[in-house]
Design a protein around this ligand. Structure first.
Ligand code: GLN
Length: 280
């Protein structure tokens, strides 16, 4: 069988099992089986595949049929301008979260020597993208999960920013190191009802600890705000990702802690997704 027919076959198998983006997934999995970049398969569509590669390919298709997200199968995900290693211990970076990177870059234009804390650093996609874009910035990433930190450290190595970032394994409540110009966080914010409605690919494979924010989805946000009110310098900014329906509650949480709300940002689906505030 050649590359072109294998892709078609993989895509049909996935589509028959109602896997969305079956064609793209089939292409990505065949590239993985071949250990080549995706463009290789377009440039060599008539190349004949060995039995070994085909066997690998069908095994990968089988994994995808179980609902496992492509990013976990191939072990990486593009975010912002970079590629991050991921595994089932970290949330897969979402395009909507790139909003935070974009906003932080706007907020810090022409600044240097800025200290940033990322609460719940996960794969490191947020803070590492920012450090990579801004040479004079320094970062601290904290996470309660040791396995997450293994991945974020690996990514800081890949992106070559290890000399500008420190990682700590800690619960946010027990963390008291440093003062920051900027704090960013994409905390777990999904509430009980929404959690039960999440897609199977998400609930069955992504870490619950990175998604579930308690009954009302606000417990991780409250922790992040409380800590930020202590660790932010005066006039320092907090950039938080929130759920589409949390704007009012989060504004109140922030106001009660003495934060001034600067602005809200909408995600690609036009839902409220990010809130920027200043510690007064
Ligand atoms: N945006 C993610 C989702 O909808 C949730 C991320 C989070 O809880 N921080 O799956």
């Amino acid at each position: 069988m050649n590359i072109q027919s294998a892709i078609k076959k993989g895509s049909t198998i996935l589509a028959d099992s109602k896997i969305p983006s079956s064609r793209l997934d089939s292409e990505i999995l065949l590239s993985k089986a071949l250990n080549k970049e995706r463009r290789y398969i377009f440039l060599n569509s008539f190349e004949k595949l060995s039995n070994n590669v085909l066997k690998n390919f069908y095994n990968l298709i089988k994994e995808r049929l179980s609902g496992k997200p492509i990013a976990y199968i191939v072990g990486k995900k593009e975010f912002w301008k970079f590629e991050f290693d991921v595994n089932e211990n970290v949330l897969i970076p979402r395009p909507d979260t790139e909003l935070i990177v974009e906003e932080v870059l706007k907020l810090t234009k022409n600044k240097s020597n800025i200290k940033i804390l990322d609460i719940g650093v996960g794969s490191g996609c947020l803070i590492l993208s920012i450090l990579k874009e801004r040479k004079g910035f320094y970062g601290v990433g904290i996470d309660i999960s040791k396995k997450c930190l293994e991945i974020s450290k690996l990514n800081s190595n890949k992106l070559n920013v290890t000399n500008r970032i420190k990682f700590f394994k800690t619960d946010v409540d027990n963390f008291n190191y440093g003062k920051y110009d900027l704090i960013i966080s994409n905390p777990p914010y999904i509430n009980n009802i929404s959690f039960n409605c999440l897609e199977k690919d998400v609930v069955n494979f992504e870490p619950r600890i990175a998604l579930y924010g308690g009954m009302d989805g606000l417990s991780g946000i409250i922790k992040a705000v409380n800590k930020s009110s202590k660790l932010l310098k005066k006039n320092g900014k907090l950039v938080l990702e929130i759920a589409y329906d949390q704007k009012r509650s989060v504004k109140k949480i922030l106001n009660d802690k003495g934060f001034y709300i600067n602005k809200m940002l909408k995600d690609l689906a036009k839902n409220d997704r990010c809130i920027i505030s200043t510690k007064m």
